[in-house]
Design a protein around this ligand. Structure first.
Ligand code: NAG
Ligand code: NAG
Ligand code: NAG
Ligand code: NAG
Ligand code: NAG
Ligand code: NAG
Ligand code: NAG
Length: 518
């Protein structure tokens, strides 16, 4: 183990280092099963961002089962992706097939995350990206139907797609995931780059048998999310905060979208309000919910109506999430009061509307959680009816300050995090239609304007220099801590770990992080 040598001048930064060390401490939840399959490759390949070894599906226990095993023309094939900006595991190789293939993964009983990774490019002339059209079934559920990965990626302006599902394994032996090319067009093929299966804490999202169920918006009775339901994660956002990639989650490798993602779903007026700055010195106290529910940062950032608490009381902070119609959705709202002036019940009471229906006439986070700095979440199930056409409909979430002054000290609202899941219908289907292709883009100017950047004053440059120097220091320290806590203590390639930790996200990656939905 390397020794940590700090130059004396950085000693005054020690408290900060310790803080970062706490942030990077061991994951809060350790999944029993943590399976990563790198489709179309052999041996094991380290993923530079999560330092997991992805197991190839060639000549391994994860080799797929094929419908037409003996016919070399129809059996699945493996390909390397053409060179592109997406160079990391599992996106560099794929398994592609004109006929059906399945992965049979041995698993224990329990609720799992299933994540499918897609990189839709033309792998070669026989696998043109416009011909990808396929369905995916698993455990009796239709996860995707006639899925066009290419148009889905184009519509979300990303190169890669991750689809995350939750399902319960109850037979205790295995899960079979089947990829079937569509019959809608000739020469349609199915493909996949990576499969990840991670066990989740029991009843993190499902309803426990002793629980009385989830608020069913617009209904008198509560709703129970039973084990016979599958779910697809459609939005997961660190409201008002930064993007959290899977190595910053509590151990389940969930991606959390940032304020940049969130802005896209705020209505015009709402996006004007500023976000609350993170208070890192706030010690969170998990008394109402397990610590693995969401990363701490989710609860240390948020969005409110701003510092002017006398603002228009009838105004509603509103998000609009495009979703597939004719499905039930589970909406989880994460809350934590972290402003020092909000300490007691009645300090900030507000109204929550889900899909234009009053879901909470008197939301009071302090009442729910028992105090400042105590995270809590609330779940709502809502049905989304069809719109005028079969396209996406908008799920509205609106928070309104309590207009009755005598009920609240501050006329304000707060939201810290949000997760939205689509629930499988009675036929076990989760699939929705493909998105429309994006409108053709006007020609971009050849060189992005660098002039504005050059104009920055020397003062700014100095500050930036100092900040980046400190960041580098943090990265080095973070790396050392990181190295200690990873379950794989034995890898020797330092440089890739470093780059993984101090990674910069491109806009498209930031956009891709939470959803990869249409
Ligand atoms: C594969 O297809 C080609 C042309 O379509 C054909 O000539 C060849 O015999 C086929 N091979 C097998 C094993 O079916
Ligand atoms: C759902 O399944 C899990 C295990 O997979 C089990 O622990 C839990 O009790 C089940 N829930 C209900 C309501 O039966
Ligand atoms: C799938 O999407 C691609 C890219 O937008 C498009 O060229 C192709 O026609 C689509 N395929 C089908 C069957 O709709
Ligand atoms: C941050 O939280 C601490 C502990 O609750 C509090 O004392 C401090 O005032 C907070 N700082 C800000 C800027 O809100
Ligand atoms: C708060 O907002 C109201 C209404 O927009 C405005 O009249 C008032 O001056 C603002 N107060 C402060 C302190 O900015
Ligand atoms: C409150 O907002 C509504 C709609 O935006 C506007 O019509 C009304 O004038 C506002 N009231 C005040 C007191 O600012
Ligand atoms: C990953 O694979 C490499 C090379 O095969 C091996 O040295 C390392 O121990 C593995 N790491 C884990 C976490 O299994």
């Amino acid at each position: 183990m390397k020794k940590l040598l700090l130059p004396p001048m950085s000693l005054y930064l020690l408290p900060l280092f310790l803080q970062i060390a706490t942030l990077l401490s061991a994951p809060i939840y350790t999944p029993v099963e943590d399976i990563t399959i790198n489709c179309g490759s052999s041996g094991t390949s380290p993923n530079i961002y999560d330092n997991q070894n992805w197991t190839g599906d060639i000549n391994s226990k994860f080799s797929p089962i094929e419908l037409h095993q003996d016919n070399t023309n129809t059996s699945s094939q493996v390909r390397e992706a053409p060179p592109s900006s997406v160079s990391q595991v599992p996106y560099t190789t794929a398994r592609l097939s004109l006929s059906e293939f399945s992965y049979k993964v041995p698993l224990s009983i329990g609720q799992k995350f299933i994540r499918l990774y897609f990189h839709p490019v033309s792998y070669d002339p026989s696998f043109d990206r416009s011909k990808t059209l396929f369905s995916v079934r698993a455990g009796g559920f239709t996860l995707l139907h006639d899925f066009n990965a290419s148009v889905t990626a184009d519509a979300s302006e990303t190169e890669t797609l991750i689809r995350e599902f939750c399902l319960n394994i109850d037979d205790g032996h295995s899960l079979t995931i089947t990829f079937t090319p569509s019959r809608a067009i000739p020469d349609a093929y199915a493909f996949v780059n990576g499969i990840e299966i991670v066990s989740m804490p029991t009843n993190l999202y499902y309803t426990a048998s002793e629980s009385h169920g989830v608020d069913y918006v617009g209904n008198e009775v509560n709703y129970r999310i039973e084990n016979i339901t599958a779910m697809e994660m459609v939005y997961r956002i660190n409201v008002g905060g930064s993007a959290l990639s899977f190595d910053q989650d509590t151990g389940m490798y969930r991606n959390w979208g940032s304020v940049v993602d969130e802005q896209k779903y705020l209505d015009d007026l709402s996006s004007r309000w500023t976000v609350l700055p993170q208070n890192v010195s706030l010690q969170l106290n998990f008394v109402k919910i397990p610590e693995y529910s969401a990363p701490q940062v989710v609860y240390q950032t948020g969005r409110s109506m701003g510092s002017n608490h006398t603002r228009n009381k009838s105004y509603k902070l509103t998000w609009e999430f495009p979703v597939d119609p004719k499905f039930l959705y589970l909406l989880r709202l994460h809350f934590c009061e972290f402003e020092p002036e909000i300490m007691d019940p009645g300090d900030r009471s507000f109204l929550i509307y889900v899909e234009n229906q009053l879901a909470e006439p008197q939301a009071d986070i302090i009442v729910w959680s028992g105090g400042n700095g105590r995270p809590v979440y609330r779940d709502y199930v809502v049905f989304m009816p069809a719109g005028p056409d079969q396209k996406k409909v908008k799920l509205f979430l609106a928070l309104q300050a309590n207009p009755r002054d005598w009920m609240t000290a501050y006329n304000d609202v707060l939201l810290n995090g949000l997760e939205l899941f689509k629930l499988s219908d009675t036929n076990g289907n989760l699939a929705g239609p493909n998105p429309d292709p994006p409108p053709p883009k006007p020609m971009q100017p050849k060189t992005p304007s660098k002039e504005s950047k050059k104009k920055s004053t020397p003062m700014l440059a100095t500050v930036a220099g100092a900040v980046s120097a400190i960041l580098v220091l943090f990265c080095v320290l973070g790396f050392l801590v990181f190295r200690r806590r990873r379950r794989s203590k034995d890898t020797d390639d330092d440089s890739f770990l470093l780059s993984g930790l101090c990674r910069e996200f491109s806009l498209s990656e930031i956009k891709a992080a939470p959803k990869n939905f249409n």
